[in-house]
Design a protein around this ligand. Structure first.
Ligand code: NAD
Length: 489
């Protein structure tokens, strides 16, 4: 099978040791075939407690947090061993996540592995100390030095849709900053995280306890990580609903929370844009990875007078993008992660119909696909922005087209959402485009197809899409505390 996955199942990583789970094992499933791929250790509450204890000891009792050069060395080792095992990792990612293989050359695998270089470089180049000079207070002169230090023990809780991207975008900067980590991945994709355990113990000098990985079928293990007073910070990516629970629970110990949550991003097409091209591009992007991307533009706002033309162009694109086998290089729309996720998407399609929407393309499972959690790329028209499917995150390959009445109305509609994660603007007049960009309240924006995803580009949400920024220098600084030291001058 795969040399990274033992036949008995992947182990936990706790205190530098690969260990079985206190609750036995749980299955990981190929969402394209519904077959059991194999097993992962199922962590218990006691395993989680041991992992937090190990992370605490590694932070408090070793020199890890004070040795950025060593941390950079370890992160490069992790990057290199992942590169050495890239084909095995690719196989796991396509099988366990249902990720179209084409995406593993980018954000599903190779992108985040390469981005470990950015974290390692930052550990070496970052200005850990800034001299603020002298200042006089009540007749006494002091020299002030501002220091940046690691926060401490970081609990990282991640979802299943882009597991390497999200696991590594937390692990890389958290470690570069000098923290120790307990990583709790989603139950649907345990292997993508668990295989890091063997790579870390066998191919890196990362000290015991600095990284701990607890796979579990029990969401309660994540909840316990948030509650634990020995944990200084939670970095969480997942749904807004769970993020809210994480924040409420973290309030009990007043630990720092960094939240990357859901989205319902708008593609805003202005009347001077190439409307057919913008609609085709947007439709294509919504089908990528079966729409399981938090930042996808799943609402397209188009000029009312061009509504039919936009629907026709988007429909043409989606009709040509069949949901299918993620191992095939030409596939961009694979399966949804689970039967539950497919039911959720189908429920939203029923709601769209019940609220008076028209399913222009797709609308359900592909004909003849007896196995796999597939849903056809789907286009919904005829609904206002207040409709349920225009307001709530579906997390499936579903695009909703909504008419607008000019630039100001388009801005209003784009912002008429509890979310503020991402979006796009399409138009030719730079002044109008700039006014719309300035008016939209989201963390990232693409203009005319520009790509914002990169190691140095901070990503995150306004409003209920989150708190904080991942990636870039901002994403590294999330994992730092500030200490001001003053001495007599
Ligand atoms: P989810 O919220 O159901 O689960 C995310 C993680 O939280 C999992 O590891 C889960 O086990 C854990 N968890 C569940 N309940 C918990 C609790 N009470 N306390 C602590 N941890 C708990 O999300 P999901 O279904 O795995 O992922 C899909 C969601 O993630 C979508 O809403 C998507 O928009 C969002 N997402 C956001 C980003 C971003 O960067 N903004 C990126 C990817 C995905």
């Amino acid at each position: 099978m795969n040399s990274l996955v033992p036949s008995t199942g992947t182990p936990l990583l706790i205190g530098g040791k690969l260990v079985p789970g206190g609750r036995g094992v749980f299955a990981t499933i190929d969402p394209a075939t519904e077959e059991v791929l194999g097993y992962a250790a199922d962590a218990s509450a006691e395993d989680l407690d041991a992992a937090v204890g190990a992370a605490r000891a590694a932070f408090d009792d070793t020199g890890w947090s004070r040795d950025p050069a060593f941390r950079a060395h370890c992160l490069r080792q992790l990057r290199d061993t992942m590169r050495d095992h890239i084909e095995e990792l690719r196989q796991i990612t396509v099988a366990e996540v249902g990720a179209p293989v084409v995406l593993t050359s980018g954000p599903q695998l190779e992108g985040p592995v390469n981005d470990l270089s950015f974290a390692a470089d930052l550990a070496e180049s970052y200005s850990w100390e800034t001299d603020l000079g002298t200042a006089v207070q009540m007749g006494s002169t002091s020299r002030r030095v501002l220091r940046r230090e690691a926060v401490g023990v970081v609990g990282a809780i991640t979802p299943w849709n882009f597991p390497h991207q999200i696991n590594l975008a937390k692990l890389g900067p958290a470690l570069a900053a000098g923290n120790t980590v307990v990583l709790k991945p989603a139950p649907d994709t345990p292997w993508c995280a668990a295989v890091l355990g063997a790579l870390i113990t066998e191919h890196t000098d990362i000290p015991a306890g600095v990284v701990n990985i607890v796979t579990s079928s029990d969401h309660g293990v994540g909840a316990r990580l948030v509650e634990d007073p020995r944990v200084d910070m939670i970095t969480f990516t997942g749904s807004t609903r769970t993020g809210r629970a994480v924040m409420a629970s973290a309030a009990q110990t007043l630990k720092r929370t960094f939240l990357e949550l859901g989205g319902k991003s708008a593609a805003v097409v202005l009347d001077d844009a190439d409307i057919a091209a913008a609609a085709a591009y947007t439709a294509f992007s919504v089908a990528v990875h079966a729409g399981q991307g938090c930042a996808l533009t799943t609402r397209m706002l188009v000029p009312r007078e061009s509504y039919d033309a936009a629907v026709t162009a988007a429909a043409g694109t989606l009709r040509g993008l069949k949901a299918g086998d993620p191992t095939k290089p030409g596939t961009i729309c694979g399966p949804l992660i689970s039967a539950a996720q497919r039911e959720r998407v189908e429920r939203y399609l029923d709601i769209a119909r019940a609220e008076g929407g028209t399913i222009v393309v797709g609308g359900g499972r592909p004909a003849g696909a007896e196995r796999g959690y597939f849903v056809e790329p789907t286009l919904i028209s005829g609904l206002p922005n207040t409709a349920t499917v225009a307001q709530e995150e579906i997390f499936g390959p579903v695009l909703v087209v909504v008419p607008h009445d000019g630039d100001a109305d388009a801005i209003r509609l784009a912002n008429e959402s509890p979310y503020g994660l991402s979006g796009s603007v399409w138009g030719t007049d730079p002044d109008r485009v700039e006014r719309v960009v300035a008016g939209i309240r989201t963390g990232t924006l693409s203009v005319n197809g520009g790509l914002w995803y990169h190691a140095d580009a901070p990503f995150g949400g306004y409003k209920q899409s989150g708190i904080g920024r991942e990636m870039g220098v901002a994403g590294f600084e999330e994992y730092l505390e500030t200490k001001l030291v003053a001495s007599p001058a």
